[in-house]
Design a protein around this ligand. Structure first.
Ligand code: MG
Length: 259
């Protein structure tokens, strides 16, 4: 099953696909709220996609691939390094990443993302985690690298509006631990790895986080990026693909603030 969040004239609505086709059935509630079909259907090609989540928080993991930790001159941590992105950073498939004037170095980070489908607190084992996970999707943990170095704390560097592209959909029947992950800028491959190269595997990360903060339905966990991070420029087209999860596409433009 694939869940989508779509923009309709009546407002944002959840939808699910019919037998893997590109025809979507609109549903009357979030996937974790016992949704029923509204009776309306839309073609995937005809709707704008929103980020397929409703997070109270986006929990992220840093330095979770050895080669990426090394490329930034960092050691692999002995336990997961966690930080948060605000839900206001979310951007749907096909949206535009805005480069803020405060940064001269905004970089892409391709990541596997988990969307929760039930409350999870103090998970005792991976079976409990599995039962609480709705499914998997694709994220880009966009980062102002210069501000990250300057601030030490990650809040500003990771938190600008549009710095969390997510989507295009949540897939519920995929195992996370050995998926090809790739990121392309203007068609050129920048990052290419497999999720099997993670230091801390996906479900273990979710279990660890649940022992720190209660995870709620709709919350999102980003699992870290492989090596090959690099800069984005206005006019770029970024594509992140993960085996079984499709392609998450974003444009890039300079952010212009109203005076
Ligand atoms: Mg990251």
């Amino acid at each position: 099953m694939r869940f989508f969040r779509v923009s309709t004239p009546g407002g944002p609505t959840w939808a699910r696909d019919l037998d893997g086709s590109d025809l979507l059935e609109l549903i009357d509630a979030a996937p974790w709220d016992s949704p029923r079909p509204t009776g309306a259907r839309v073609a995937l090609a005809d709707v704008a996609l929103l980020a397929p989540a409703a997070p109270s928080k986006i929990v992220c993991v840093g330095r979770n691939y050895r080669a990426h930790a090394a490329e930034l001159g960092n050691d692999v941590p002995s336990e997961p390094l966690l930080f948060l992105k605000p839900p206001s950073a979310l951007l749907g498939h096909g949206g535009t990443i805005q480069l803020p004037p405060e940064s001269q170095r905004v970089e892409h980070e391709a990541e596997l993302a988990v969307v929760l489908g039930a409350r999870l607190r103090d998970a005792r084992d991976l079976a409990e985690v599995r039962a609480a996970v709705l499914g998997l999707t694709i994220a880009n943990d966009v980062t102002a690298r210069d501000l990250q170095r300057r601030d030490v704390q990650f809040t500003r560097a990771k938190g600008f509006d549009t710095f969390c592209p997510l989507g295009p959909y949540v897939r519920t029947d995929l195992e996370p631990d050995d998926l090809a992950i790739e990121l392309r800028v203007n068609g050129a491959v920048r990052q290419a790895s497999r999720t099997s190269a993670m230091v801390f595997p996906t479900l273990e990360l979710v279990a660890t986080i649940s022992r720190i903060m209660t995870l709620e339905p709709g919350d999102v966990v980003l699992t870290g990026t492989p090596e090959g991070v690099g800069p984005l420029a206005a006019g770029d087209e970024v594509e992140v693909s993960i085996e079984g999860l499709g392609v998450l596409r974003s444009g890039v433009a300079a952010r212009v603030r109203e005076a």
